[in-house]
Design a protein around this ligand. Structure first.
Ligand code: P71
Length: 459
């Protein structure tokens, strides 16, 4: 990775100006925390965690320029100059004329699906993430995953495992269900399936199919810059283009997007919904005022809009993205050097452990993904998240059982290679003693988005 010679450690294109102490909870404290939290790591306190890889969402370190931007907050209820700046940046990046801020991605989803989805309608996507799926269902809709078959094979080295299965999309839109499909969505990158990118070639074909059937195409663009980096690296003819130019090609294919700027917007809170459709924009605006706030702030402080305007641009800098993807790959290499089975190829925002191979002695009924999350915490105070039958097992559409993964999501610009080394050592130790890992059973299972608040007990 880049300019550090022999070692594969990525060069961090920043230096550290402010530091935050990392807690070091004792094994006894960790064990007590697990019991109190019902073996669900969402229930832990940050003081009980040494390295937090729960999510890359809203956990980024902001730059000095973003912090300076906060100080320029113009907290006018309407017409703030921070909104004007944010709107200009979001328009410039996406080319979508109509932009509405929202406090985070799921708020944007709520607005879009409230305006477009009626009971009984079907929303296709390469793979829905948890909140997207839950919002489709909340409107009475039926989420349908249409990823290519390689997406479900942890060992396939397909360079664009986020791609949509074009035959299935075509068949769905040619078939009797066409009137029930208000929009098609594509998630870039595919978070549920390992942080895998979607190719420009595939997006171009999806867009053509949608246009031929007069169905609008919306992107879930929260990791679009990482996706564009993979396109630049892997897709023929793309290496000479900037991330911004690749972005223009991506967004030109779509009618609009939802964005959680907590990812490739490098902010701790923020998001937006964007569209080309002026009539839809008016309806979204009414819903925005109902749920989030006036259209020039959308549930955010105006200073947050300024940080978002700056962060959206920083997230598309090539050196930053080379470091970002390089750090994820570095962790993957250190894990693979210890024999740890991971989902291949390495994605954009984290390393996903292949639970089926990691705990091949365990029965799926023993909840191996959650058992592994618990064991990695026990070993090193590291917080990860299950992306498997707990997150998605209650919501299968029958087409495919969920992948059984544990995600080590890397917050942006937060941890160094030493932290990655520590994580690899701890996970490597758990792998070496994997036969000692005990299963769990679920003792409390909420109806919707159960993984956030479920409780478990050891078997
Ligand atoms: C992620 C999250 C957020 C999360 C999920 C589970 C545990 C902890 C945190 C959020 C996404 C996403 C995609 C593709 C929409 C949202 C919602 N991801 N689409 O991956 O990945 O955005 O969180 O801003 O509401 O950890 P929001």
């Amino acid at each position: 990775m880049g300019s550090t010679g022999e070692s594969r450690q990525p060069f961090e294109p920043f230096r550290i100006k402010v530091v935050e102490a990392i807690p070091n909870p004792s094994p006894e404290r960790r064990e007590a925390a697990l019991v109190r939290a019902g073996y669900n790591l969402f229930g832990l306190l940050s003081d009980e965690i040494r390295v937090d890889l729960l999510t890359d969402s809203g956990t980024s370190a902001m730059s000095d320029r973003q912090w300076a931007g906060l100080q320029t907050g113009d907290e006018s209820y309407a017409g703030s100059r921070n909104f004007t700046h944010f709107e200009a940046v979001a328009r410039e990046i996406t080319g979508f004329p109509h932009i509405l801020p929202a406090h985070q991605g799921r708020a944007a989803e709520n607005l879009l699906f409230s305006a477009m989805v009626q009971p009984g309608m079907i929303v296709p996507n390469n793979m829905h993430f948890d909140t997207t799926q839950a919002h489709v269902r909340h409107k009475g809709g039926i989420p349908q995953n249409l990823a290519i078959s390689e997406a479900y094979d942890p060992r396939s080295e397909h360079p664009f495992k986020g791609d949509v299965n074009l035959e299935r999309l075509q068949a769905l839109l040619d078939g009797p269900d066409r009137p029930r499909i208000p929009l098609v969505m594509v998630t870039i990158t595919n978070n549920t399936g390992g942080g895998q990118p979607v190719s420009l070639t595939n997006l171009t074909a999806v867009s053509a199919i949608c246009q031929a059937h007069h169905v609008p195409l919306y992107l879930d663009m929260c990791r679009w810059a990482e996706n564009a980096y993979f396109i630049k690296e892997r897709e023929p003819g793309m290496s000479g283009l900037s991330i911004g130019e690749i972005g223009h090609r991506i967004f030109a294919l779509a009618d609009g997007a939802t964005m959680s700027a907590k990812k490739d917007g490098l902010v701790n809170i923020g998001g937006f919904v964007a569209t080309r459709d002026a009539e839809l924009f008016d309806r979204l605006k009414e819903l925005l005022i109902l749920y989030e706030g006036f259209p020039t702030y959308g549930g955010l402080a105006r200073r947050d809009l300024e940080a978002m305007a700056i962060g959206l641009r920083e997230a598309m800098e090539f050196d930053y993205l080379a470091y970002r993807v390089g750090q994820v790959r570095y962790l993957a290499e250190r894990l693979e050097a210890r024999g740890v089975p991971i989902f291949r190829p390495v994605g954009g925002h984290g390393v996903y452990l292949d639970v089926t191979r990691f705990l091949d002695h365990m029965d799926p009924k023993e909840l191996p993904g959650q058992a592994l999350v618990v064991e990695i915490y026990r070993e090193g105070g590291i917080r990860t998240v299950e992306i498997g039958s707990i997150m998605f097992g209650d919501s299968e559409d029958g087409s495919h059982p969920p992948l059984e993964l544990v995600r080590l999501a890397i917050p942006r610009r937060v941890y160094t290679s030493s932290h990655m080394e520590y994580v690899a050592e701890c996970v490597g130790r758990v792998y070496a003693r994997r036969k000692s890992v005990r299963g769990l059973r679920m003792t409390h299972s909420p109806e919707r988005l159960r993984h956030f608040t479920a409780r478990f007990a050891p078997l």
